[in-house]
Design a protein around this ligand. Structure first.
Ligand code: DAH
Length: 372
């Protein structure tokens, strides 16, 4: 009969000796600490915790031990495996963070690099600005009228009660076309469109006329020989200065924001009686004359501390103009106004130099976006 194999002492299994387990653990910890990146760490994990790793092999031997030895060896191997597992998890967190940081640096996009995308164009602010103004009036039931830029002297001046001796007819302001006695000028304002409209339509008339005008002005930050105006004309029964004021207040608020109204200052235009200059409540300081900035209270730059901005001219249509244009001045009355579109856009958008509007630099135009 054969008894138990007392020669075989499983406590002596090499792989389970404390120094072996310790060595396997230390080798694993050293390899983990040296793993330079996540791929390295993956290999280390397989080598030191995989099925064929020293610690896994040692673990498999435990089952063969007698109970007392099994407990001891189990603890030893368990602790070693626990330490390795913990070190792996910690290193994983560190390497992942490093990886992420490296990706952020490596994948940084230089937004200043030139691109090969086709640049998208933008419509010119003068075009969209004129359309915006026209829209404000079309929404009130007005119509848009147009006239030629080469205009009859008679329509540009005489029909508007600007007699032959009026200073605006001298060579100072007006571009005449050759030969001079042809009576054709580059229109000096959009007001001749008023005359054209009255001559071709019967009241009631409600029209706005945006367009290009020409004067022999210097070309500088606030002047240009070519600029833009918008003319308004309303002819109906019982039209008064009050209608004019209400219309311009609405125009101002629609263009510059709720609460921006107008004031009239007495003035003179041959084609209106009475006439007024229109000022606009400064839409930056809203009439306060000062603005509060990070540096304290400063004079408002937009209105130069006036609280008001000069906007244009207006008045009740002179009956002589109505008569010259075939409108019964006993039955009808009307109001008219004229504003510079360039100026309007300059203060609306903080454009400091008028030449920006004319030089065709796409970088300027594009800044206004692709407004339709
Ligand atoms: N035509 C004038 C100018 O160019 C502006 C103007 C003033 C137009 C009064 C008007 C008006 O219709 O009523 O300076």
């Amino acid at each position: 009969m054969s008894g138990p194999n007392t020669d075989y002492d499983p406590v002596e299994v090499d792989a389970l000796k404390p120094e072996e387990v310790e060595a396997a653990r230390d080798a694993a910890l050293a390899a983990i600490a040296q793993a330079a990146d996540l791929a390295d760490l993956k290999q280390v994990r397989t080598a030191h915790t995989g099925d064929r790793s020293p610690l896994a092999l040692a673990n498999r031997e435990i089952g063969a031990l007698p109970p007392q030895a099994r407990k001891e060896a189990g603890q030893r191997v368990g602790q070693a495996r626990g330490a390795v597992g913990k070190a792996l998890a910690e290193r994983q967190v560190v390497l992942e963070a490093e990886h992420e940081e490296r990706m952020l640096v490596e994948e940084t996009v230089d937004v200043t690099l030139p691109t090969d995308r086709l640049p998208r164009g933008a419509r010119h602010p003068l075009t969209t600005g004129a359309e915006h103004i026209a829209d404000i009036f079309v929404a009130m039931g007005w119509e848009v009228a147009e006239g030629p830029v080469i205009e009859a002297e008679w329509l540009n001046f005489d029909a508007l009660n600007l007699g032959p001796d009026h200073p605006a007819r001298t060579m100072q302001d007006t571009f005449w076309t050759d030969p001079e006695d042809h009576g054709l000028v580059l229109r000096t304002h959009t007001s001749p469109v008023q005359a054209r409209t009255m001559l071709t339509r019967t009241p009631p008339i409600y029209v706005v006329c945006p367009g290009r005008v020409f004067r022999t002005d210097e070309y500088d930050a606030t002047h240009s020989p070519v600029f833009h105006q918008v003319e308004g004309l309303a002819i109906d029964e019982g039209i008064s200065m009050a209608h004019l004021k209400g219309t311009l207040d609405h125009f101002a608020a629609a263009m510059f924001g709720e609460g921006i109204s107008t004031r009239f200052r007495p003035s003179f235009f041959p084609f209106t009686e009475p006439s007024a200059e229109v000022d606009l409540v400064c839409f930056v300081c809203r009439g306060a004359q000062v603005v509060t900035t990070a540096d304290g209270v400063e004079t408002c730059r937009t209105c130069r501390g006036e609280g008001w901005i000069e906007w244009g001219g207006c008045g009740v249509v002179n009956p002589r103009v109505l008569t010259a244009c075939g409108v019964d001045s006993e039955r009808y009355s009307g109001f008219a106004f004229g504003m510079g579109i360039d100026r309007t856009l300059m203060f609306r958008h903080g454009i400091e130099d008028m030449r920006e509007l004319f030089e065709g630099d796409v970088r300027f135009t594009t800044a206004f976006g692709t407004e339709l």
